[in-house]
Design a protein around this ligand. Structure first.
Ligand SMILES: CC(C)(COP(=O)(O)OP(=O)(O)OC[C@H]1O[C@@H](n2cnc3c(N)ncnc32)[C@H](O)[C@@H]1OP(=O)(O)O)[C@@H](O)C(=O)NCCC(=O)NCCS
Length: 175
């Protein structure tokens, strides 16, 4: 059985390991190796911030992914998400179940009006995942970043509550 729970200090080392792995690191803006001390400072600085929600995805009590929601301001219920799955589970279709559960959390628990995501154009698994759960492409900054020896576009994806409700209803009807 899968579930979402809050990130606790005891999870920090495993998620740091995932974040520093080449399979995750290659898709992130900040690509330097994160050391334990920096990681702890980051956790201490954000985990009590009411606009930040640090979450993990568990499957049968086994932690498999990390996700952060950042509410863009107190005045808006738009949340930007950023996430990674443990490298050993990439490419197995886990992303879809993970994203559906995390979106339910955003729209049901956090009462989000919109979820927003930024994706580098070389990240095909993430692009496919955003489309699969109903995100719409809202913008493209061309040649905005330089990755793997090439300029890449930065893509902006958005999912509104009304759109999510339709995706969820169709998923329920097809199950
Ligand atoms: C992005 C991520 C969450 C996707 O989760 P996942 O479980 O690996 O993805 P899935 O197995 O569900 O695959 C998603 C889609 O990408 C496709 N895909 C997987 N690897 C691919 C590759 N190397 N090239 C092209 N498509 C690929 C899958 O076939 C699937 O498409 P489908 O639904 O049409 O079959 C995960 O790979 C990850 O954590 N990546 C590193 C961190 C990251 O990129 N975070 C997001 C930043 S925006």
């Amino acid at each position: 059985m899968n579930k979402v729970r809050k990130l606790v200090k005891g999870d920090l080392e495993i998620i740091r390991k995932w974040r520093n792995s080449p399979q995750v690191n290659r898709y992130l803006f900040n690509r330097h190796e994160i050391l334990s001390k920096e990681h702890l400072l980051w956790f201490d600085s954000v985990h009590n911030n009411p606009l930040r929600h640090l979450l993990v995805y568990e499957d049968n009590s086994h932690i498999k992914a990390f996700l952060q929601y950042e509410q863009l301001s107190e005045q808006t219920k738009t949340f930007e998400w950023g996430f990674y799955i443990a490298p050993e589970y990439h490419g197995e279709g886990l992303g879809f179940e993970f994203a559906k559960l995390m979106l339910s959390y955003a729209f049901d628990e956090l009462k989000a009006e919109k979820v927003f995501g930024q994706v580098i154009s070389l990240n095909l698994p993430s692009i496919k995942l955003h489309k699969k759960v109903g995100f719409k492409l809202e913008g493209r900054l061309r040649h905005h970043c330089f990755f793997d020896g090439n300029y890449q576009d930065l893509l902006f994806y958005g999912l509104l509550k009304t759109e999510w409700n339709k995706v969820r209803d169709s998923a329920v009807n097809n199950s």
